[in-house]
Design a protein around this ligand. Structure first.
Ligand SMILES: [Zn+2]
Length: 100
């Protein structure tokens, strides 16, 4: 099976899984055990650029995929700043601490 997409400038824009299943819930207040899972979600489900558009590098869904959105929402609800989330994704360590 080829990893190269078929010919045609098809853009990745729809999120059929997200449309069918909806958003994953975020429990507020955020439980401490959810924070490392959220870090793992945003790092593992990071954006990857393809000619057809940005997709999740883990599941090839349009970026941000459901788990990336959930992880980001959990981290924001836990008080992690947006800049720190970007640093976590850029660092690529799914076991990194969200706290500086
Ligand atoms: Zn994903």
């Amino acid at each position: 099976m080829s990893m190269i997409a078929a010919a045609g400038p098809t853009r990745v824009t729809a999120d059929p899984i997200g449309a069918a299943l909806g958003e994953l819930p975020v429990l507020v207040p955020v439980r401490p055990e959810h924070v490392p899972l959220a870090v793992r979600a945003v790092v593992v489900h990071a954006k990857q650029e393809w000619p057809a558009g940005a997709v999740c590098r883990n599941d090839r869904a349009p970026h941000p995929c459901r788990l990336a959105r959930w992880g980001r929402r959990v981290l924001l609800a836990a008080g992690v700043f947006e800049e720190r989330i970007h640093l976590l994704v850029a660092g690529g360590d799914p076991y990194a601490s969200p706290w500086p």
